[in-house]
Write a protein that binds this ligand. Structure first.
Ligand SMILES: Nc1ncnc2c1ncn2[C@@H]1O[C@H](COP(=O)(O)OP(=O)(O)OP(=O)(O)O)[C@@H](O)[C@H]1O
Length: 248
C-alpha cells in the first residue's frame, strides 16, 4: 500500500455465539482510495464492516488516522417497512430532522435533500414512496443519504448486487466521481470482480483471515482467485477473464 492509511486494523478478531468469524485481521485501508473487500460467502466481509462501524464487539484495535472521521454506511439490505408511507424526501431529512415530520420539512432541508439526490442523478425520485423504489434506485437514495452526512469514509456493502448492468455501471461511475471530487475513502464489499478490477485501487480478500491483499492486478488473478474461492467457487476461465479485464 503506497498511500497513507485512513484506517488501521490490528489483530481484529470477532466471535459470535462461540464461532470465530474473523481471526487476527491486520490490515490498512488506504486514504482517499476505493478499497474492495472480496471473499467467499460467509467469509466475514460484512462482519468486518460492522466491526469498523463499532456495531459489534471485537478484540484487537481499529484506529482512524483522522480522529473524528465521519463515516457513511450503505448497508446490504435496508431494513424498513415497505408499506410505510415514507417518501424519499422523508427518508433523507429524517436523520437530521429534530422535530417530528408532521411539523413539516424546512425549505433548507428539502433543498439539501434535492441537492444530494441530484449528485446521485436521482432528483426525480424525491416524492416517490421509499417502499416502491427498485433495487438500483434504492441504492442511489441510500448513497445520497450517506453522502449528506458529509463523511470522509464511506462503507458500502454489496452496493451493486441485484442491480442490472446499466444500473451497476451508473452506480459505479457515481462512486468514482464522488470519491474523486470529495477525496473520500471508500470501502466496498462486492462479489463483482469486474467492478473490483475497474474501480478499486486496493483489494483485501477475507476468509476469516486476510487471504490476500494488494492492487487488483496482483489479487484478481486466475491463480489467486482459484485458491481463494476454490475450484468449485469460481471457474478458472472466469477468473482469467476478470484478470485480463479493464484495470486502472
Ligand atoms: N450474529 C451472528 N451470530 C452468529 N453467526 C453470525 C452472526 N453474524 C454473522 N454470522 C456468521 O458469520 C459468518 C460471516 O458472515 P458475514 O455476513 O460477515 O459474511 P460475508 O462474507 O459478508 O458473507 P456473504 O458474502 O454471504 O454476504 C457467516 O458464517 C455467518 O453465518
Amino acid at each position: 500500500m503506497g498511500s497513507q492509511a485512513a484506517i488501521t486494523l490490528e489483530n481484529v478478531s470477532v466471535r459470535q455465539q462461540g464461532v470465530r468469524i474473523l481471526e487476527s485481521v491486520t490490515t490498512q485501508i488506504p486514504a482517499r482510495q476505493v478499497t474492495a473487500i472480496i471473499g467467499p460467502n460467509g467469509g466475514g466481509k460484512t462482519t468486518l464492516l460492522r466491526a469498523i462501524l463499532r456495531l459489534i464487539p471485537f478484540s484487537g484495535s481499529i484506529s482512524f488516522t483522522e480522529p473524528n472521521a465521519r463515516i457513511g454506511y450503505v448497508p446490504q439490505r435496508l431494513e424498513f417497512d415497505r408499506g410505510a408511507p415514507i417518501t424519499v424526501r422523508d427518508f433523507l431529512v429524517m436523520p437530521r430532522q429534530r422535530v417530528p415530520l408532521w411539523f413539516g420539512v424546512s425549505r433548507q432541508r428539502r433543498e439539501r435533500a434535492v441537492e444530494f439526490l441530484r449528485q446521485v442523478r436521482a432528483e426525480h425520485l424525491l416524492m416517490r414512496p421509499l417502499g416502491k423504489l427498485s433495487g438500483g434506485e434504492l441504492q442511489r437514495v441510500q448513497l445520497a443519504q450517506a453522502l449528506q452526512e458529509e463523511p470522509s469514509i464511506v462503507l458500502l456493502d454489496e452496493p451493486v448486487s441485484g442491480v442490472d448492468v446499466a444500473g451497476e455501471q451508473l452506480f459505479c461511475e457515481l462512486l468514482e466521481q464522488v470519491s474523486q471530487v470529495r477525496r473520500l475513502t471508500m470501502i466496498m464489499v462486492t462479489h463483482d470482480l469486474a467492478v473490483v478490477s475497474r474501480y478499486a485501487s486496493h483489494v483485501i480478500c477475507i476468509n476469516r483471515r486476510v487471504q490476500r491483499e494488494g492492487h487488483p492486478r496482483e489479487v484478481v488473478t486466475a491463480d489467486s482467485l482459484a485458491t481463494i474461492y476454490g475450484a468449485t467457487g469460481l471457474d478458472r476461465a472466469d477468473a482469467a477473464t476478470f484478470a485480463e479485464g479493464d484495470r486502472r
